[in-house]
Design a binder for this molecule. Structure first.
Ligand SMILES: NC(=O)c1ccc[n+]([C@@H]2O[C@H](COP(=O)([O-])OP(=O)(O)OC[C@H]3O[C@@H](n4cnc5c(N)ncnc54)[C@H](O)[C@@H]3O)[C@@H](O)[C@H]2O)c1
Length: 282
């Protein structure tokens, strides 16, 4: 056990992938868990599994883009546990396509979940976390796609750059407020998870199967690149080991794939020299 204070841990997007592994790992460290997801079936399975192992678990099923639901969850979590130590704003979805053909619905869906989901978690939890007046953490999941520009998933890249800058502003404002809450942003490269299967959670009003954007060869190609890359990702167990190590070492930008760091340097050098972005991943 390290100096990472994790008596009560809250995780959004906890039913699958990285969120599920975070839940398992913190349960094995003796944390009490407040878990939420839009995926009722897998959240229920995880809850039973963790309870069978002796963990104290509270769950709610809702969409993180629904602010009243997030606010209600926060109130219920504080009522039940009194205080929290770590909030993981982790739920996320992905889409692919070229920027001028991507359906508007894809942009709306990704901004609602990947950006507003974080905003909702911060707004619903942080005021009470500040009032706790003791060290605690807000950990937002962005992506390496929030630090370097990759070309197949424009809405995802846009939402993840927003997630990184949102967390940077959060950290600055927490410092300015003299709060004992610290912010962190997780920036993984490819991790094996259910992310490539996220369409199953898309609200019906944000999907039109007949949108011409889905009919193009370009969409099919970019989508298959994104889908295929997931199969070769880092196991979620390894990624979460690195995330926990990053938190223990008080790292703000937590990277799971340090081998990608030179790409961040190249991007920054390109910004300073004013050169055009170039394809960085073959
Ligand atoms: N897997 C990767 O390669 C990778 C890389 C970088 C960043 N990320 C980020 O990691 C986070 C976790 O993703 P993952 O890879 O574990 O994928 P995942 O699909 O396995 O897990 C994401 C979870 O979020 C839930 N979710 C989706 N939409 C939701 C909504 N509207 N409201 C509530 N819950 C919702 C899903 O049901 C799922 O349980 C995401 O933010 C993702 O963008 C993943």
């Amino acid at each position: 056990m390290s100096n990472l204070d994790c008596n009560v841990v809250v995780i959004t997007g906890a039913a699958n992938g990285i969120g599920k592994e975070l839940a398992r790992r913190f349960a094995s460290r003796g944390s009490k868990l407040a878990l939420t997801d839009i995926d009722a079936k897998n959240l229920g399975r995880l809850e039973s599994d963790l309870r069978a192992k002796g963990a104290e678990v509270y769950t709610e099923v809702f969409d993180v883009s629904d602010y009243p639901a997030v606010e209600k969850f926060s109130a219920n979590v504080f009522k039940r546990f009194g205080s929290i130590d770590i909030l993981f704003n982790n739920a996320g979805v992905i889409s692919a396509g070229s920027i001028w053909e991507t359906p508007i619905n894809d942009w709306q869906w990704l901004i609602k979940v990947n950006v507003m989901g974080l905003v909702h978690g911060i707004k619903a939890f942080v005021p009470a976390m500040i009032k706790q007046d003791r060290e605690c953490k807000v950990v937002n999941t962005a992506s390496i796609a929030g630090l370097v520009t990759v070309e197949n998933s424009p809405a995802y890249v846009g939402s993840k750059f927003a997630a990184v800058s949102l967390t940077e502003v959060l950290e600055l404002q927490l410092q300015q407020a003299g709060a004992k809450v610290k912010a962190h942003v997780i920036c993984p490269a490819v991790v094996q998870s259910d992310l490539n299967n996220c369409e199953r959670h898309r609200p019906a009003d944000l999907y039109n199967a007949d949108d011409p954007g889905y009919k193009t060869e370009d969409f099919k190609k970019r989508n298959s690149v994104v889908q295929m890359s997931m199969a070769f990702g880092m196991p979620a167990e390894t990624a979460v080991t690195k995330i926990i190590r990053g938190l223990e070492n008080d790292i703000f930008y937590i990277q799971t794939h340090l081998e990608a760091s030179p790409l961040i340097g190249l991007r920054n050098m390109g910004i300073m020299s004013g050169s055009r972005p170039k394809k960085i991943v073959r």
